[in-house]
Design a protein around this ligand. Structure first.
Ligand code: BGC
Length: 425
């Protein structure tokens, strides 16, 4: 069929099945903007779609590819500015407050009350979901960012006996992997991935208090002090072990290199596990997860959540509002929390579920989250939990520029970081 005939067919089919007929068939429509597009992530989000559909609503998938979500956020802003927001969108951390302050979000207090969210959620989580005391978002999981993923088979071939627990051991493992012909560290050189490694190094070098001073307080003396020079020195060293073909590469393609035995390790949050799971691999046997060297006892958290939008006039029907409320309800129900998080690599956000249904990495994560306590639970900067997106963008720029400049001077980077942050505040 040529292009003209195809177009004619589409037009004639459209006149037989007008668009509103499709809408009228369902109780309502819920459009969700998210960036869960890797193989494992797509499997996880499909669980939500199926449950919403089971309740009789239509799921409209608006996935925007791009790890870390920068591309999705750009699309969301354009949609909001043109007065055409989705029903819900993956928005995290302090950014939820910023969207709510613009008057674009709607509250789901009735759903929260009917389903007892106050009792089910840890306080750190529930506070982030609220604006002026009202729930405007629903959390779906807790990811841990400070992980190192290891292929034990590759380690064995390279003669490495145990997972590294210090930076020196990490470099020693890297040397052995290099010598045996493997890529030591699978790493995609995209700004959010560079900064994921950077925040791990800040935690490793400065400890939890230093981490808070840098990312939460954005304290100038710490940003420009000698420990920051040390962080950038380590970053430069680590860069020497990263995949030489990793420039601009997606995180999941880099994860595949560890899964397929081309690389030994990856520094990544536990969404990386979604790729291992999707590839049919078992935690503890086919792969190992250990805290990023030097960060044991701390837990950099990243809570995925769906913020609820006020609908544009043309979509503001009782059915569509009910569909959005149904999404909020389903997202915290045990049925979803179990299957979604098993696929996603994260742990459930509600505190009453049976962790024996999860693999050893998730069990370790849940245990470490609890034992890290207030001191060791740290919001991830690279994953939108610690700063405004403007400040985060400033940090990303400095870190990525540093990593791509062979001659960058670690003793100057802290000052650059402090002034970039100041300009963005
Ligand atoms: C999100 C995860 C996602 C990852 C990779 C993180 O910022 O919180 O849900 O899997 O980015 O795209």
């Amino acid at each position: 069929m040529n292009a003209f005939n195809r177009l004619a067919l589409v037009i004639s089919l459209a006149s037989i099945f007008p668009l509103h007929a499709y809408a009228a068939d369902t109780k309502g429509n819920v459009e969700v903007v998210h960036w869960w597009t890797s193989g494992g992530e797509a499997k996880a989000v499909d669980v939500l779609k199926k449950l919403v559909e089971k309740d009789g609503y239509t799921w409209q998938d608006s996935a925007v590819a791009g790890g870390g979500g920068a591309a999705a956020m750009t699309v969301l802003k354009t949609r909001a500015v043109s007065g055409n927001p989705p029903s819900a969108a993956q928005i995290k951390g302090p950014d939820i407050q910023d969207w709510a302050a613009l008057g674009l979000l709607t509250q789901v207090d009735d759903v929260a009350k009917a389903n007892n969210w106050e009792a089910l959620l840890p306080k750190t989580v529930s506070e982030t979901m609220k604006y002026e005391g009202h729930y405007v978002a629903v959390p779906v999981n807790i990811h841990r960012v400070n992980w190192l993923w290891i292929n034990p088979e590759v380690f064995k071939k390279a003669g490495i006996e145990k997972a590294p627990t210090t930076l020196d051991e990490l470099y020693a493992a890297g040397d052995k992997l290099k010598a045996a012909g493997f890529i030591p560290l699978a790493h995609g050189g995209q700004p959010w991935q560079d900064s994921t490694v950077f925040e791990d190094l800040v935690l490793s070098v400065m400890g939890p208090e230093g981490y808070k001073k840098v990312f939460v307080d954005q304290d100038e003396a710490t940003l420009t002090g000698p420990q920051m020079t040390e962080v950038f020195t380590q970053l430069k060293k680590l860069k020497g072990y990263m995949d030489p073909d990793g420039t601009g590469q997606d995180w999941n393609l880099e994860a595949a290199k560890v899964i397929n035995g081309k690389a030994g390790m990856q520094i990544m949050g536990d969404w990386a596990k979604s790729e291992w799971t999707a590839a049919g691999k078992t935690a503890g046997t086919d792969y190992e997860c250990v805290p990023f060297p030097g960060t044991d006892g701390s837990f950099t958290y990243n809570i995925d959540s769906l913020a609820m939008f006020k609908l544009a006039k043309k979509n503001d029907t009782p059915g569509n509002n009910a569909a959005r409320d149904d999404l909020a309800k389903v997202a915290l129900e045990p049925e979803f929390q179990y299957v979604f998080n098993q696929n996603k690599g994260s742990i459930p956000v509600r505190n009453d579920l049976d962790m024996s249904k999860f693999d050893s990495c998730a069990q370790a994560s849940a245990k470490d989250f609890a034992s890290a306590g207030e001191k060791g639970q740290l919001p991830s900067m690279a994953h939108n939990m610690a700063t405004s997106l403007a400040v985060q963008g400033a940090i990303f720029d400095v870190v990525t520029n540093f990593m791509s400049d062979k001659n960058a001077d670690p003793s100057k980077a802290g000052k650059q970081l402090a002034s970039a942050i100041k300009a963005a505040q």
